[in-house]
Unconditional design. Structure first.
Length: 206
């Protein structure tokens, strides 16, 4: 089985569809390739042959545009302004934009491809930053809201304690004369016990 012994893929011509190029690569880049696994660090060379200033440039341009549309469709990003056309695409393993630039013999096109890659990377970083900023702002808003709620609750507790202290009549030993009496608690019960009992009443009444 030749597929188990492949060390390289040589593209002698340019197909019309990106899937055809990927299918060729898949003949060697696959599980079960014993030579690649044991003798080539599990890697296979992919070599593409093309002629400068020929129909190859036109066909690679078609491949690039088709792959661009396919990637955008798969990622549900048909509306985005740019897409990475720079160095070898890790997902598709192909770089049609730079091939077009090289085969045309126009170094400006190659520089354009590199600049577009940088722009795409910067826009991706910008989107990541904006998402992080939005998440952080949401978290900050929630924390501020929680802080305000806790401050309001603390203020109510302080008001309740002041009202209790003002109205409570105490004996010489500090015990309260007119103590609040609740079922299951005696007059020596602490304020904390009374508060817990009242809270239980409130929860059961809902």
């Amino acid at each position: 089985n030749a597929q188990k012994k492949a060390v390289a893929v040589h593209h002698l011509d340019t197909p019309w569809r990106p899937s055809d190029l990927q299918q060729r690569d898949g003949r060697a880049i696959r599980k079960g390739n014993e030579v690649a696994k044991y003798f080539a660090d599990n890697k296979v060379d992919v070599i593409i042959y093309a002629v400068e200033k020929s129909l190859d440039s036109y066909k690679f341009n078609l491949l690039f545009n088709k792959q661009l549309f396919i990637d955008q469709l798969k990622n549900n990003k048909l509306g985005k302004r740019t897409i990475d056309e720079g160095a070898m695409d890790e997902k598709s393993g192909m770089n049609y934009s730079e091939y077009v630039a090289i085969l045309s013999g126009n170094t400006d096109l190659l520089e354009k491809a590199k600049l577009e890659k940088k722009i795409g990377a910067l826009e991706s970083e910008k989107q990541t930053f904006l998402r992080s900023k939005y998440t952080s702002k949401n978290r900050l808003d929630n924390l501020c809201s929680d802080l305000k709620a806790l401050q309001d609750r603390l203020h109510r507790f302080q008001t309740d304690w002041q009202n209790f202290s003002d109205k409570a009549v105490r004996r010489e030993d500090g015990s309260v004369v007119n103590a609040l009496r609740l079922e299951g608690l005696d007059e020596k019960s602490s304020v904390k016990q009374l508060a817990q009992k009242l809270q239980d009443y409130a929860q059961n009444a809902r």
